[in-house]
Design a protein around this ligand. Structure first.
Ligand code: RTP
Ligand code: MG
Length: 139
């Protein structure tokens, strides 16, 4: 079943701009089932751990600042081919390069503040889901 799940966050920019409802609607109508869902805020330590893979990158400090400045919506989603299909649904990291109709094209403001996260592998989907949710919060 791990191959059928992905993990997402609606990032602080999209929450601030009032896009939670529209983004969840697009996720649902695109065939993803919500397995786990909550509004939460990451601490600096949480964000540094979650994004540890990027800790040598020049944008790391900015990324941690951004991801901790307000609440996010964390969710686990289920669908066949979930990881790849969800990354198609959200579009390119930079909204300027994102395809028409994608979530980032519609709601992201910049390469850094790009509205949503999507896991990049089945393995990371499992790790990231477990980072945010206890077993009893997954349905
Ligand atoms: P994500 O992990 O959030 O789904 O995004 P992604 O795979 O498309 O992009 P990734 O390379 O994993 O980068 C993670 C997040 O870091 C921020 N970023 N800022 N200022 C910059 O040049 C820059 N590059 C990346 C973005 O928030 C990106 O989503
Ligand atoms: Mg990534």
């Amino acid at each position: 079943m791990a191959g059928n799940k992905t993990f997402t966050m609606i990032k602080p920019d999209a929450v601030e701009n009032g896009h939670i409802g529209a983004i969840l609607e697009q996720i649902n109508t695109s065939g993803f089932r919500i397995v786990a869902l909550k509004l939460t805020q990451m601490t600096k330590a949480d964000a540094e751990e979650f994004y540890a893979v990027h800790n040598e990158r020049p944008f790391f400090g900015e990324l941690v600042e951004f991801m901790t400045r307000g609440p996010i919506v964390a969710a686990i989603l289920e669908k066949e081919n979930a990881v790849e299909d969800f990354r198609t649904l959200i579009g390119a990291t930079n909204p300027a390069d994102a395809a028409e109709g994608t979530i980032r094209k519609k709601y992201a403001t910049s390469i850094g503040e790009n509205a949503v996260h999507g896991s990049d592998s089945d393995e990371n989907a499992t790790i990231e889901g477990a980072f945010h949710f206890a077993g009893r919060e997954m349905f």
